[in-house]
Design a binder for this molecule. Structure first.
Ligand code: GLC
Ligand code: CA
Length: 562
């Protein structure tokens, strides 16, 4: 038998995530837009990706940059019109690129017509579209804190009741217990599928089913309780996704990936089960959260670097345990994470390119569908925040207000150090197209400052340099398209005790792929490629090697027949 599992296009694809606000501005208002994306589709074609995941482009008051939707069937004015969308979709399809939409249905904007109605009165027909509770002892119904600081409950004066918002107060949580909510969501999804889109990335989909008892949560930050155990992977989440699958997903040829905060391997086996009754795959968070809570200053905030052996232990576990049961997604970066090369590699001028390529090799040779976040293919880095006024992200701004200003539990310079390390704005600085003013992102004033290193790090420079990170990604993508073991080979860990080298094999029939990556800036002994049967080199970030060693941040991939 050639393959252990069913073949599928979404297993063979490489996805590229676009955060439209920061990608390319076509009209000089400082905000990226759909026309900007359409113009740069040939660049993505050149890179070789198969699918675009588009962060939300729907109508939104932008409290959380589009993750707060006020109309699911309209395009955000800043981004253009539905005609612009259709043009982008058609052009992408002509180039053989599929488009996956972000589906944000755990919550809407408080400006969505459903919520405008819902808050009007206790007997409004839309009241049950959201989660309303009576006060407890004159205060919030429980101790839950929101992911964006403050309570997860907001008192609405009109009726004297609280509504739940796991994110900002402008993102009220939908009540999925209500059948009407589910059917509205499914209708809306069908509407987009009929338009010809190619799938959905489902925002915090693991949070749609809440524990009906709404119990207090364990301490989150010394101020609020964490809702996670009672909102993530809740009692009816699989039932809801199976219903969604029956009524919508199974009727189209889609890629579906669930953003699954708090997901365990056991849960992932259900969400992404090989029978296809729910989703194709999920994003898990363990490897990007590979920091012990004791290393955090408060809540998620830290400036410590995660260690490779911890990351490896997590990723190897996911590789091994999902084998044959569910499909993995592979990522270092997205719009909620700092830049991979700064977080996991070394963004100094000496090692930036080498370590970006090493990280790419390490991830792209694993089993699962790889995701590239805009600018990752250039080795874009974190930026620097000299004060809260440099921040745009509601998560960072609110955390600063709560911990530095209101409760004074974190000194300002420590908080800013955390922002430099992990603020989401690191990923949201404009895409660096060229060395001209504002990196060629806009002719106006960008909505968030450009990273000052754009004169050296930009797409134009990368395209002119055969040794660039860009061409390395291009080659990794091409190899995945050409060599079945990279997609379907079974994963086998190697050197699991090495403190510095991440190594593994992939095996498909008689073909063996051997991957070794040095995560440090020192040469490390490694004899994996010395033996006669090691095969031939497929890709490496060095032209010359040193026998018996991996050079600083060296990555090597060999293929052999046995
Ligand atoms: C997801 C998104 C993030 C957003 C949040 C609320 O985690 O990726 O950007 O802020 O959900 O929608
Ligand atoms: Ca614009």
């Amino acid at each position: 038998m050639a393959y252990q599992e069913k073949q599928a296009w979404w297993k063979e694809s490489v996805i590229y995530q676009i955060y439209p606000r920061s990608f390319a501005d076509s009209n000089g208002d400082g905000i990226g837009d759909l026309e900007g994306i359409t113009t740069h589709l040939p660049y993505l074609k050149e890179l070789g990706i198969d699918v675009i995941w588009l962060s939300p482009v729907y109508q939104s008051p932008n409290d959380d940059n589009g993750y707060d939707i006020s109309d699911y069937r309209n395009i955000m004015k800043d981004f253009g019109t539905m005609e612009d969308f259709d043009r982008m979709l058609n052009r992408a399809h002509e180039l053989g690129i599929r488009i996956v939409m972000d589906l944000v249905v755990n919550h809407t904007s408080d400006e969505h017509a459903w919520f405008v109605e819902s808050r009007k009165s206790k007997d409004n027909p839309y009241r049950d579209y959201y989660i309303w509770k009576e006060p407890r002892d004159g205060k919030e119904p429980n101790n839950w804190g929101s992911c964006f600081s403050g309570s997860a409950w907001e008192l609405d004066e009109q009726t004297g009741m609280y509504y739940l918002h796991c994110f900002s107060r402008k993102q009220p949580d939908l009540n999925w217990e209500n059948e009407k909510v589910r059917s509205e969501v499914f209708d809306m999804m069908t509407w987009w599928c009929e338009k010809g889109i190619d799938g959905f990335r489902m925002d915090v989909i693991s949070m749609i089913s809440k524990d009906p008892a709404f119990p207090d949560g364990p301490d989150m930050d010394g101020i609020y309780g964490a809702p996670d155990p009672y909102v993530c992977n809740g009692p009816r989440v699989h039932e809801y996704l199976q219903e969604m699958n029956r009524k919508v997903l199974s009727r189209y040829d889609l890629l579906t990936v669930g953003e699954a905060a708090g997901v365990t391997i056991e849960e992932a086996k259900k969400y992404a089960n090989a029978d296809g009754t729910e989703l194709n795959m999920v994003f898990q968070f363990e490897h990007v959260n590979a920091i012990h809570p004791s290393q955090c200053v408060v809540g998620k905030w830290t400036y410590q670097k995660p260690q490779m052996p911890d990351i490896r232990a997590i990723l190897n576990k996911w590789q091994l345990e999902l084998e044959g049961k569910a499909w993995n997604s592979l990522y270092w970066d997205n719009h909620d994470q700092p830049r991979a090369v700064s977080r996991f590699g070394d963004d100094s001028p000496e090692y930036r390119v080498l370590s970006a390529k090493m990280l790419a090799s390490c991830l792209h040779m694993m089993k699962g569908t790889p995701y590239i976040y805009q600018g990752e293919e250039l080795g874009m880095t974190n930026t620097h925040f000299s004060g809260v006024e440099d921040c745009r992200d509601i998560e960072a701004v609110n955390a600063y207000r709560q911990y530095v200003e209101d409760h004074k539990v974190v000194p300002k310079d420590i908080m800013l150090r955390c922002f430099d390390a992990i603020s989401r704005d690191n990923a949201r600085t404009p895409m660096q197209w060229n060395g001209s003013k504002n990196a060629g992102f806009t002719t106006g004033t960008p909505w968030i400052s450009v990273n000052p290193n754009y004169r050296e790090i930009n797409a134009e420079a990368a395209l002119a340099d055969p040794d660039s990170v860009f061409y390395y990604y291009q080659k990794l993508i091409r190899l995945r398209h050409e060599i079945p073991v990279i997609v379907y080979g079974v994963f086998e860990p190697l050197l699991e005790d090495s403190p510095s080298i991440y190594a593994y094999r992939r095996i498909l029939d008689n073909t063996v792929l051997t991957v070794a990556c040095n995560w440090t800036s020192c040469s490390q002994p490694c004899d994996l490629f010395e033996d006669q049967n090691a095969g031939r080199e497929l890709i490496s970030n060095y032209d010359k090697h040193e026998e018996g060693y991996l050079l600083p941040f060296e990555a090597r991939v060999f293929i052999s027949e046995r």
